[in-house]
Write a protein that binds this ligand. Structure first.
Ligand code: RIB
Length: 315
């Protein structure tokens, strides 16, 4: 990281934290069908926690705030984040809700389906986040998603923005965002269905991605990084755009790839890198995250990402 600029953190993440139960098989079951899988994995997950781990492995000073239950899974998840060097004092334990759970099915080509029981994630309140106030005043970037209540997310975005932080939104799972929230966001990273939820426009290729991005830029967002169908990811900002073609890797599981992308953007922007350089780091981090089974276990380290970027540059 470059000079600290008076901030104690590069990235503060406020978001969901789950235990993931993953089964990998040759194909996904159809409705009403039972299919034998091949491999099972229990692993730490949740979009917020995944992004915190990815950002830490990319070299950022990271703090996480979210909510787990008062149970053994919650204890293990927070311990895991601490082991990654992440500051977790802003996290809360709900007394009446269990730690969130995600059931994830992955097919041979790496595509996945996720069903989440949010549990304690939905108990996160503004009062809980009061203890994260100091963190929000001392970070370069705030990274948020839609797995915790909108009220809490909005409150955090207001505080961070007022303190001069760059607010990065990964609008997952898909939801409609209020004008209030979007007016506080600097950077948004939607996939196709999330872009549709935010703009009402179907996104399937570069052309439609550009139209959705322009609609978001018109609302004051500075950078939109949206999936553009099979063509890759499209970065659009006022006066410029850049297509990030998918990097060819041996993909086994797409779970967490979007989290790695969002974290890559957040880390690079905290470092003061250009939009194009931030997109390149995010794209390589996302590609590597698909090469291992599970979300958090697959989050790549900076040296691996830089190696892949160098290889890409030589192709
Ligand atoms: O983005 C992947 C994550 O979505 C999983 O780790 C799961 O917990 C769900 O939140």
């Amino acid at each position: 990281m470059s000079s600290n600029n008076g901030k104690s953190y590069d990235v503060v993440v406020i978001g969901g934290i789950n235990t993931d139960y993953l089964v990998r098989g040759t194909r996904l079951p159809r409705a009403g069908e039972t299919v034998d899988g091949k491999e099972f994995l229990e692993a730490p997950g949740g979009k917020g926690a995944n992004q915190a781990v990815a950002a830490a492995r990319l070299g950022a000073r990271v703090a996480f705030a979210g909510c787990v239950g008062n149970d053994a899974r919650g204890t293990a998840l927070l311990r895991g984040l601490k082991a990654e060097g992440i500051h977790t004092a802003g996290a809360t334990r709900a007394s009446k809700a269990p730690t969130g759970v995600a059931l994830i099915m992955v097919e041979a080509g790496g595509e996945k389906q996720i069903l989440v029981a949010p549990g304690a994630n939905h108990a996160l309140s503004v009062t809980d986040l009061e203890k994260a106030k100091r963190l929000l005043g001392s970070t370069r970037v705030l990274l948020i998603q839609f797995e915790v209540p909108m009220k809490a997310t909005l409150w955090a975005a207001r505080l961070a923005r007022a303190a001069g932080a760059c607010v990065v939104l990964d609008p997952a799972p898909p939801a409609q965002a209020s004008r209030d929230l979007l007016s506080l966001v600097d950077v948004v990273r939607p996939n196709a269905s999330e872009a549709e939820a935010l703009t009402g426009l179907k996104v399937k290729d570069v052309r439609s991605a550009r139209r959705a991005a322009e609609k978001l830029l018109a609302q004051g967002i500075k950078l939109v990084a949206t999936q553009a169908g099979d063509e890759g990811d499209l970065l659009v900002w006022n006066g410029g755009e850049k297509l990030l073609p998918r990097i060819k890797v041996k993909s086994v599981d797409a779970t967490g790839a979007g989290d790695a992308f969002a974290a890559g953007l957040a880390v690079a922007l905290a470092e003061g890198q250009s939009y194009e350089a931030a997109g390149a780091l995010a794209n390589a981090a996302a590609a590597l995250a698909t090469t291992k089974f599970g979300a958090q276990p697959a989050m790549p380290f900076r040296r691996e990402v830089e190696r892949l970027m160098k290889r890409g540059a030589q192709v």
